[in-house]
Design a binder for this molecule. Structure first.
Ligand code: PLP
Length: 391
């Protein structure tokens, strides 16, 4: 099919829930994608932080093919090797105690919320179920995770929303200290992704961890976007130097197949017992086999390189001194760029994409989430397009 045919078929038969760019993607190699006509696009998006190994990775494709030929699904009534091995690796690399596997980020965050409410119910009974999240956060699109999302624009149409959520400003400890004794948990991203690539202050995060420990609130970290190497450590909480009670992950975990989950510490290990939480596809062996290849790739040396690439890209972007861009921020290969007054991020994204560079927006700024394997040559090609189009 031609790009035009794919776009019209999509428009006719797929629900119009996405503001899509008029581009059809056919295949890719490394961090470069191609449309059906063979036009190349340098990818600074990795499909919103998912394709961390880029495209056309043979080890990843082979592991998927081999596992698909052995066994595609067995249900969670039985045990299979790939998710068991992946869970062991994730626990050993993070110091967490156990994993629950699910399928998407919103679903993983639902798991965090259920874990916190059940933990509190078991210890304190009813009436201690409120969860505090931060303004500007993003936690998903289910009714409950939309409620958890601290942005008023999302709290519309789908009434009634779930009870028991409160919102506090990021980096304001007193807003959390002021909360009453009906709270059971704090849920936050360490770098707010959709909100505009806003890293939380380190001191604030440590103070929140201390407050949670004092009040026996669970500290829940949403690492759906920051997790799996994106910020230059396996999880962002590791470089912040905190020990959360539970952490969600999703986007990059299987390098492009749908998979998510939560990691919980020893204290939370047996909170969700048999019959309290489940999902049919969770821990699918094909997705887990893909996840194992991601873990093999993300060695400590590889993660250091992610830091170095992030620094390089940010320095080069700032050195271009483009009239539309202000300062950059972020961690590792999760990069935000401020857009100056008089310019709009959507218009900038459109122009870059038309000219062969895929980028994302977040909040009022730009957001870059390149595949973690992106080469220097591909970064330079992307920068060249930026300079030419926006200079
Ligand atoms: C993308 C994202 C989600 C939602 O994940 P889905 O897989 O789309 O359900 C939740 N939290 C954060 C921080 C995200 O970036």
């Amino acid at each position: 099919m031609t790009s035009q045919e794919i776009l019209s078929l999509t428009d006719r038969y797929i629900m119009h829930t996405y503001g899509r760019f008029p581009v059809a993607i056919d295949h890719g190699k490394g961090a470069t994608l191609y449309d059906p006509e063979g036009n190349a696009y340098i990818d600074f998006t990795s499909g919103i932080g998912v394709s961390d190994l880029g495209y056309g990775n043979h080890a990843w494709a082979d592991a998927i093919a081999r596992q698909a030929q052995r066994l595609g699904h067995a249900s969670n009534l039985f045990c299979t090797e790939p998710p068991a091995r992946l869970a062991e690796i994730l626990c050993k690399r993070t110091g967490m105690s156990c994993v629950f596997f699910a399928n998407g980020g919103g679903e993983a965050n639902e798991g965090l919320i259920k874990l916190a409410r059940k933990y509190s119910f078991d210890r304190y009974g009813k009436g201690r179920s409120a969860i505090v999240t931060l303004n500007n956060s993003f936690h998903g699109r289910t009714i409950t995770t939309l409620t958890a999302t601290g942005q008023e624009v999302f709290h519309n149409y789908f009434f009634p929303f779930t009870e028991g959520f409160r919102y506090a400003d990021a980096n304001d400890l007193s807003a959390l200290e002021a909360q009453g004794d009906d709270v059971c948990a704090v849920l936050m991203e360490l770098v707010q992704g959709e909100g505009g690539v806003l890293p939380l202050d380190r001191d604030y995060v440590h103070a929140v961890a201390k407050l949670c420990a004092e009040r026996d609130w669970l500290l829940l970290i949403d690492e759906v976007q920051t997790g799996v190497g994106r910020t230059g450590s396996l999880f962002a909480f590791q470089q912040y130097g905190i020990a959360p009670d539970a952490v969600s992950f999703a986007k990059g975990i299987a390098g492009g197949l749908p998979m998510s989950g939560i990691l919980a510490n020893e204290k939370c290990r047996d909170v969700l017992g048999p019959g309290t939480h489940a999902t049919t596809f969770g821990g699918n062996p094909v997705c887990a086999a893909a996840g194992l290849v991601v873990q093999e790739t993300l060695t400590d040396a590889f993660l250091e390189d992610v830091q170095a690439k992030g620094t390089y890209l940010r320095n080069q972007i700032e050195a271009l001194k483009l009239p539309c861009f202000g300062a950059t921020r972020g961690l590792g290969l999760m990069i935000g760029i401020e857009v100056k007054d008089g310019y709009t991020n959507k218009a900038i994204a459109n122009r870059l994409i038309e000219n062969g560079l895929l980028v994302l927006t977040a909040g009022p700024g730009m957001r870059l989430l390149p595949p973690l394997v992106i080469s220097k040559k591909e970064m330079d090609q992307g920068l060249e397009i930026m300079a030419k189009v926006l200079g």
